[in-house]
Design a protein around this ligand. Structure first.
Ligand code: PMV
Length: 339
């Protein structure tokens, strides 16, 4: 029996998005990206290996994981077993403290926590960079949940050069991120479909050509705590990603072939909130949005504006039947207990 290790990690939210893969097998992205860890949500994962087990057993939120998820976890455990030169099977118990389809991707925190717990349970003491690479192999953006605070994922050219590192610690900037949840339905179009079809958009080459500049603007504004510059750049960046999704040729995708023309993640409420955010800014409330591969909207403001933003949301959201989760920038993956 190996030791039992429990590790935890926060999900992360990209302010410069990863959209499209250079190498789908290794999850090497077509572009570098930038994110912040979300402190109000986390995954906690316990791993124990034993030669008494004849197969991996994966439990998610207190129940047996479905076959697809279990197979994905086993593939990841195989990577850890290969690194450690070990063969024992494992018992994995993973719990999310946020709803599965809340508009916050649980795969990032899940694969970050699993990478840390499984590697420690087999006595591997990986560096932050090595852990980030391992987490990326499990689920691309999971590599950004390993370091703390504000994190950059360098696309790199191969397995060894594609990893994430901290650009500023969580306390660098007192930001609040309010996730506005319109839909808790599992999304109809996965981010994997979005990555796979990105190249079919006629605008994808233009997006990639502009990204090095976007990254520098967002990162500089972040380091200088220039909120207006940061916010405008992050809105334009989110819309750029969605423009690629909407103009992708969905008929080129295997599971999606049929009546879809492009990938539309937004709902009417998404657009309504985008317009509201512009109105708030015109009225003097500095708040900016970003949107991932789903309809839900993430609002950024500085800590001092959170009360004013909450008052606005309290007026707006009941009619939209939405609820919110408010996060501050947070630490990287950590070991909760080991022994
Ligand atoms: O890591 P994935 O395959 O879940 O892709 C993440 C895609 C976005 O959330 C839309 C952008 C990003 O960089 O997180």
């Amino acid at each position: 029996m190996s030791k039992t290790v429990t590790a935890a990690a926060h999900p992360n939210l990209a302010v410069v998005k990863y959209w499209g893969k250079a190498d789908p097998r290794l999850n090497i992205p077509a572009n570098s990206s930038l994110s912040v860890n979300l402190g109000s949500a986390h995954t906690t994962t316990t791993v124990c290996f034993s030669s008494d087990f004849d197969q991996d057993v994966v439990r998610l939120n207190g129940a047996a994981a479905d076959d697809r998820t279990a197979a994905r976890v086993t593939r990841h455990l195989d990577r850890v077993r290969r690194l450690a030169g070990r063969t024992e099977r494992a018992l994995v118990e993973s719990v999310n403290d946020f709803p599965a389809a809340a508009g916050i991707a649980s795969s990032a925190s899940a694969f970050a926590a699993l990478s840390l717990a499984a590697s420690r349970a087999l006595d591997l003491h990986l560096s932050e960079r090595e852990l980030s690479i391992l987490a990326r192999q499990g689920s691309g953006s999971a590599c950004r949940s390993i370091p703390g605070g504000f994190v950059r994922w360098e696309a790199g050219q191969d397995d060894a050069s594609s990893y994430a590192y901290q650009v500023a610690p969580p306390e660098h900037w007192d930001l609040r991120i309010t996730t506005v949840i319109f839909s808790e339905q599992p999304k109809e179009i996965s981010s994997s479909d979005g990555h796979a079809l990105a190249q079919t958009s006629p605008f994808y080459a233009a997006r990639l050509a502009g990204l090095p500049h976007t990254l520098e603007v967002v990162q500089d504004a972040l380091l200088a705590r220039d909120f207006a510059r940061f916010g405008l750049a992050l809105e334009r960046e989110a819309v750029s990603m969605h423009a690629i999704a909407m103009t992708a040729d969905a008929s080129a995708g295997e599971p999606l072939s049929g009546p879809l023309s492009g990938l539309y993640y937004w709902q009417a409420s998404t657009m309504q909130l985008i317009q509201q955010v512009q109105g708030w800014r015109r009225g003097g409330l500095p708040v900016y949005f970003t949107i991932d591969a789903g309809p839900n909207v993430h609002l950024f403001c500085e800590g001092a504006q959170q009360v004013a933003l909450e008052a606005e949301l309290a007026r707006l959201l009941p009619a939209m039947q939405a609820r919110t989760i408010v996060s501050a920038p947070a630490r990287g993956a950590w070991v909760v207990s080991e022994g």
